[in-house]
Design a protein around this ligand. Structure first.
Ligand code: IDC
Length: 448
């Protein structure tokens, strides 16, 4: 059975997002309480949270606007420095502000997971962020001579000394996990918060990266999960490989006994990160890396969410770069979080300083994406020339709630084709009901 429906619609009023009670991980996907696969499609909020004054003066994103672009989630950054600026004292005002700011995102229907961010150990190093200053000896900060680009400072002997100091100190690791407990206490009443990303791009210091992942990182993850799950047993663990994964080194993280694990690596092109722009021939490498990430997630018994991908719209090839990222996500069924939501003309920010959009970036990032899937997601893809989104999944007739595909509000007029399903536009989504179990295909063409 095949039917075609052409809809010419004015923008509908946004429907409230389903409020999750309890998310789990099963068969490689996050599942909502209705049993649907959840594909997180969101943004990082934001790099501005890394450094003093943390949230102090920064704008709150227009979350309704993000929903209108089809996003369903936020990776929300916090900093250990902000939580515990002075040893053994928690900044209650920061945590109260955290709760308020997170509630603005969840109140707009976005799902949130929290990332405890760090770049280059901690804020004792000029331009770095993460661990509070008191966690390492001042002599290291004094001797530090930063170079550009920023990530090369991971090789600084002083940064490595502090990183090694953290990983070899059970007292510091316990304090880190205790800081996470404070975050959980602050956010535990918010049902839209679904999990934690215990550490951004964990630095491996002077250990071999695989030994580090097994002997240092995995135990810390267990400790953080135990702390936060004492408050919120349902929270998912969005676990990152060591930062060495960004260099292409496969992860050695072990499979966890703890349930509900999401593998949450980052995906960047090394040349683009060095400011050289994106060469279109790198597309195949991005697709191949995503396949490896999915295989690693499978070995971990985990779902897959790419916690960061993104680029500077001023650099050449941004459309091709983000188009390759979108294609790779659709090919392996990965969730993905754009780095980052910020208003800035020069940088990764999704919006210009005046709130305008960056057209090339926007064209590749703001596209239809599966949101909830009543069955097992297959692939999705977008053909830019034909302006057509296609998505296939295996419908499971035991799942009664509909499949939702988010569609940017600006896509007013759509041609919808559905095989094995009926579909209609509703709020920010095309809502789909499978008419039989088995392979179901949707295509959406944007009409001019
Ligand atoms: C970058 C910011 C940049 C800042 C730098 C150091 O875009 O303005 O100077 O951090 O704090 C990551 C990191 C993330 C980076 C991002 C882009 O997790 O913090 O943000 N990136 O470079 N890993 C790979 C890329």
């Amino acid at each position: 059975m095949r039917w075609v429906l052409v809809m010419v619609l004015a923008a509908c009023p946004p429907a409230p997002a389903p409020t999750p009670a309890h998310f789990i991980v099963r068969d490689g996907f996050i599942r909502d309480p209705q049993g649907r696969a959840v594909v997180l499609h969101g943004v990082n909020v934001s790099g501005l949270h890394k450094q003093k004054p943390y949230f102090g003066f920064h704008d709150v994103p227009d979350y309704e606007r993000l929903r209108g672009w089809g996003f369903n989630s936020v990776r929300f950054l916090v900093s250990w420095s902000a939580i515990e600026p002075v040893r053994d004292s928690t900044d209650a005002a920061y945590l109260a502000e955290l709760r308020r700011r997170v509630s603005l995102a969840t109140g707009a229907g976005l799902l949130v997971f929290i990332d405890m961010h760090q770049d280059l150990y901690g804020e004792g190093f000029v331009g770095a962020n993460g661990a509070p200053r008191w966690t390492c000896d001042e002599s290291n900060y004094a001797a530090y001579r930063p170079v550009t680009p920023w990530f090369l400072n991971a090789l600084s002997p002083q940064v490595i000394a502090c990183v090694d100091g953290f990983w070899s100190s059970s007292a510091l690791r316990t304090k880190y996990a205790a800081a996470w407990r404070q975050v959980a206490v602050a956010l535990k009443d918010d049902p839209g918060v679904i999990g934690v990303d215990p550490m951004n791009e964990p630095p491996w210091g002077s250990m071999p990266n695989d030994v580090f992942e097994r002997n240092r990182l995995a135990p810390l993850y267990r400790e953080v999960l135990a702390q936060v799950r004492a408050e919120r047993p349902d929270w998912l663990g969005f676990l990152e490989p060591a930062a060495s994964r960004n260099l292409g080194l496969p992860t050695a993280l072990p499979r966890f006994d703890e349930p509900n694990i999401v593998y949450a690596p980052h995906a960047y092109d090394p040349d683009a990160e060095r400011g050289l722009g994106f060469r279109p021939e790198r597309r195949a490498a991005i697709l191949e890396n995503a396949r490896l990430l999915r295989a690693e997630a499978e070995a971990l018994g985990a779902a897959l969410v790419i916690g960061e991908y993104g680029g500077n719209a001023r650099h050449p090839g941004i459309f091709e770069y983000m188009d390759a990222q979108y294609a790779s996500q659709g090919e392996v069924g990965a969730g993905a979080m754009y780095w980052e939501h910020r208003r800035e003309d020069d940088g990764y920010g999704l919006e210009l300083a005046d709130g305008g959009v960056k057209p090339e970036l926007h064209r590749a990032v703001v596209r239809p994406t599966p949101d909830r899937v009543a069955g097992t997601p297959g692939r999705w893809a977008f053909d830019e020339t034909a302006q057509t989104f296609t998505f296939t999944f295996e419908a499971d007739d035991a799942v009664k709630a509909p499949t939702l595909v988010s569609v940017p509000d600006a896509w007013r007029d759509l041609e919808v084709r559905c095989e094995g399903c009926t579909a209609r536009r509703e709020g920010h989504w095309v809502t789909l009901e499978a008419t039989r179990a088995g392979t179901t295909s949707l295509s959406l063409r944007r009409l001019p």
